[in-house]
Design a protein around this ligand. Structure first.
Ligand code: HXC
Length: 260
């Protein structure tokens, strides 16, 4: 199917890509764009040929935020009764396959929050992150106050969210927001697609379990998280791929995954 605000492709074996494509508004995240993004991720989740997904924007902008023009006239009761922004959370539940965000240019407000929802965040050194909502008389609304705080700690998150000041890709990497920083957009895309391809080469069962347990660390107290991990680790002894992987190691062969 074709989309108005995004492009989808399968650029590498096992890798799906979503490119935000609303250049006139620097990929401002209007509601129809988020609906398309959810649809695309759901279809990658269902696809037998896609095992990992890369989400990117343009070189100039990953996304400059939620659509300010759409939000400006909203009333409290409209936002509340329509659960405005709640559908963004589907991004984190619809896709059980790993999502790598490749961020170049502006990633502001909702754009920064969208990037923080990814499983792995890569960016260019000159990327421009920030939560500027305070300048608009509001606050982050898609998890920024929670995810940014978990990533950089309370004091730095407070400073960023209370001043609205942006931070660079270089800083994002240094503070642990980004896993890796790249000197150019081309290098960024190469890195993101390469990592997605690496992940796509492993057992789908193990990859889904790995993503699930790491995400639990964000929600559960340590003792419960460790127990959750151990339960799933035990469960994987019931998979064929655990036998295939360990047998291949012993025989010094490359594992041929059954994905069972
Ligand atoms: C709607 C936007 C937009 C946005 C940019 N545009 N950001 N439209 N919503 N968030 C539009 C501009 O209006 C302009 O349209 C076009 O994109 C190009 O932008 P310019 O400002 O002309 O570009 P430039 O001078 O290069 O400045 C880039 C910029 C600036 C620094 C990123 O656009 C900017 O400050 N944007 C807003 C960033 C922001 O505050 N984001 C947080 C939003 S609040 P025209 O028609 O004039 O050409 C938010 C809340 C999240 O995200 C909570 C829930 C998710």
């Amino acid at each position: 199917r074709s989309y108005e605000y995004i492009e989808v492709s399968e650029p590498r074996p096992g890798v799906g890509q979503v490119t935000l494509n609303r250049p006139k508004a620097l990929n401002a995240l209007c509601s129809p764009l988020i609906a398309e993004l959810n649809t695309a991720l759901r279809s990658f989740q269902a696809s037998p040929t896609v095992a990992a997904v890369v989400l990117t924007g343009s070189e100039r902008a990953f996304a400059a935020g939620a659509d300010i023009k759409e939000m400006a006239p909203l009333t409290f009761s409209e936002a509340y009764t329509n659960s405005f922004i709640e559908s963004w959370s589907e991004l984190t539940t619809a896709l059980k396959k790993p999502l790598v965000a490749a961020v170049s240019g502006h990633a502001l407000g909702g754009g920064c929050e969208l990037a923080l929802m990814a499983d792995v965040l890569y960016c260019t050194a000159s990327a421009n992150f920030g939560q500027p909502e305070i300048r608009l008389g509001t606050i982050p609304g898609a998890g920024g106050s929670q995810r940014l705080t978990r990533a950089v700690g309370k004091s730095k998150a407070m400073e960023l969210i209370l001043t609205g000041k942006s931070f660079s890709g270089e800083e994002a990497e240094r503070w642990g927001v980004a896993a890796r920083v790249f000197p150019s957009y081309e290098a960024l895309m190469e890195g993101a697609l390469g990592t997605a391809e690496t992940i796509a080469g492993y057992s789908k069962v193990a990859v889904q379990a790995a993503k699930e347990v790491v995400n639990k660390s964000q929600d559960l107290p340590l003792r419960d998280g460790v127990e959750y991990e151990r339960r799933l680790f035990h469960a994987l002894f019931g998979s064929q791929d655990q036998k295939i992987g360990m047998k291949a190691f012993a025989e010094k062969k490359k594992a041929e995954w059954s994905h069972q």
